[in-house]
Write a protein that binds this ligand. Structure first.
Ligand code: ADP
Ligand code: MG
Length: 488
């Protein structure tokens, strides 16, 4: 019952808005000095300040570093920074929330911005971002420690989150994934969040609705909560869109609700009907003054920003002549971009072949071996040297693959590998001459067939010479000499 491919059929289209939570990279929590650096192995409740446990009378103190991080992220998505923002209480009861309210922002620190992404046809599409606000994370309930008891671990309570809210400009699962990858790349470049989905430091609430093509109003949306995998997000959107279309096609209506995705059966199901903002009784936190920034303060942060992925991508295209596709892949994470530029090392001519080796050979290997670029034995200088050996005809492209395989095994510098295994290309014509003469002498039938018009046999001759020289002869030179001799 697939109605929607890439979010669109002739009848229906998909409308998606994402609320993305990213854990702010910071030593301390948003309003307390307790360490924000917890892992699943941390001792439960070992990183909890009085304020995180909501002891009566404790006052929150905003952590300036977390505020700077949100500003950086805002500048990273080309957004306005609000010089006045308001911390407010969002009231609800849950065991992992000791105070009975979450401190969040009603007037956000970051206003409208945008992110340019690639759609399913590799065209650039602008996704508008409504806001980024800062808020506290909650603790974690643990129901799997004891058959009759539940526990609460407050290590995560009070850790700073940035919630990044998009406009409903996303219209396919691929766009949703590319949007999230874009945010992840920016956060990593700016070191504002590690954006690690598996570890839960980046999670998305996915709002999905459908409408008939041509309709101008949006229809009712459902929100799929707490998604932490790119592929699950795409599957969940697809399932949810098709579910809604089917209901409409059968004359039904969609209730606005919060849903949960079940990866094992690839379905979503109702979690609860959508709560209303009024239910939370938001009000400005009386313990916190409005947050007032000056424009100089913001400008100083702007000046300290590193090059962002989008700017880097454009520079890779103009400076190195890379295709948009290659530039995109190489700027998706900063380690890759840095590795590439180290390997190019100012020699723009080598950029394209280096990009090709990285994208086709190196990444294929890393995918298989589950290694990252940083723990791979090939160093950027090694790849530049390999490319140099090919371009100066010291080795052939074919032999280069053999050398590359040895580099992957940790054999180090390609020139030493070439030396050690005698892989240098033979361009010396007299050495090749001898091989050709012998070949011609021992294959009179093929020679006469060639002379009688079966010129396609040249390929066979070249192949023979390459084989006899262990692939080390320069194929261009071989071709030239063979043609001359066979026609002579
Ligand atoms: P709330 O505060 O109730 O969560 P918001 O207006 O902040 O609602 O919107 C939450 C998210 O839902 C935003 O990312 C927005 O783009 C998205 N959204 C709003 N309307 C729709 C819709 N009709 N279909 C899909 N997404 C939507
Ligand atoms: Mg919301």
């Amino acid at each position: 019952m697939t109605y929607l491919i890439h979010g669109k059929t002739s009848d229906w289209e998909l409308v998606i808005g994402l609320e993305t939570h990213m854990q702010v990279t910071s030593n301390a929590k948003l309003f307390s000095g307790a360490s924000a650096d917890y892992t699943p192995k941390s001792i439960p409740n070992d990183q909890v300040d009085f304020i995180d446990a909501a002891f009566p009378g404790m006052l929150p103190t905003p952590n300036r570093f977390c505020i700077d991080q949100a500003i950086r992220m805002g500048l990273g998505i080309n957004a306005e920074i609000n010089l006045k923002s308001i911390f407010a209480r969002k009231n609800y009861f849950y065991a992992d929330l000791a105070s009975g309210y979450q401190i969040t922002q009603t007037t956000p620190i970051v206003g409208n911005g945008y992110l340019d992404i690639l759609d399913e046809d590799n065209n650039t599409k602008r996704i508008r971002i409504e806001r980024i606000h800062l808020e506290q994370d909650a603790g974690k309930n643990k129901h799997d420690q004891n058959p009759t008891k539940s526990f609460v671990d407050f290590n995560r309570a009070g850790v700073a989150l940035m919630e990044i809210v998009s406009f409903p400009d996303i219209s396919s699962p691929v766009q949703a994934a590319n949007y999230l990858r874009g945010l992840q790349a920016i956060a990593r470049a700016l070191k504002t969040s590690d954006g690690n989905m598996e570890a839960g430091s980046m999670r998305a609430d996915v709002n999905v609705s459908v409408r008939r093509v041509g309709e101008t109003e949006f229809r009712t949306r459902c929100e799929i909560k707490n998604m932490t995998s790119f592929s699950f997000i795409q599957s969940a959107i697809e399932f949810e869109a098709n579910r809604q279309v089917e209901i409409y096609e059968n004359g039904g209506v969609i209730d606005q609700e919060t849903r949960r995705y079940h990866p094992d059966i690839n379905e979503t199901s109702t979690l609860r009907s959508k709560e209303n903002a009024l239910d939370y009784r938001y009000f400005p936190d009386p313990d916190l003054l409005p947050l007032i920034l000056t424009s100089e303060y913001v400008e100083n942060i702007r000046k300290s920003m590193p090059e962002l992925p989008a700017a880097k991508r454009n520079r890779f295209i103009s400076e190195y002549g890379l295709s948009e596709y290659d530039a995109n892949i190489l700027t998706m994470d900063m380690n890759t971009a840095e590795w590439f530029e180290k390997s190019v090392n100012g020699n723009a001519k080598s950029a394209k072949p280096i990009a090709n080796w990285m994208i086709s050979e190196l990444f294929a290997h890393l995918n298989k071996s589950n290694e990252t670029l940083l723990d791979c034995p090939i160093k950027p200088e090694h790849l530049s040297e390999l490319v140099e050996l090919i371009s100066t005809d010291v080795i052939s492209g074919k032999i280069a693959k053999t050398v590359f395989a040895k580099m992957l095994e940790g054999d180090g510098e390609p020139s030493k590998i070439v030396e050690k295994h005698g892989l240098k290309q033979v361009t010396d014509t007299s050495a090749i001459d001898a091989v050709i003469d012998e070949l011609i002498a021992s294959n009179p039938d093929s020679v006469s067939a060639y002379k009688n018009g079966k010129t396609a046999l040249i390929g066979w001759f070249v192949g023979q010479v390459m084989q006899k020289t262990g692939g080390r002869a320069n194929p261009g030179v071989v071709n030239q000499l063979l043609t001359k001799k066979l026609n002579g």
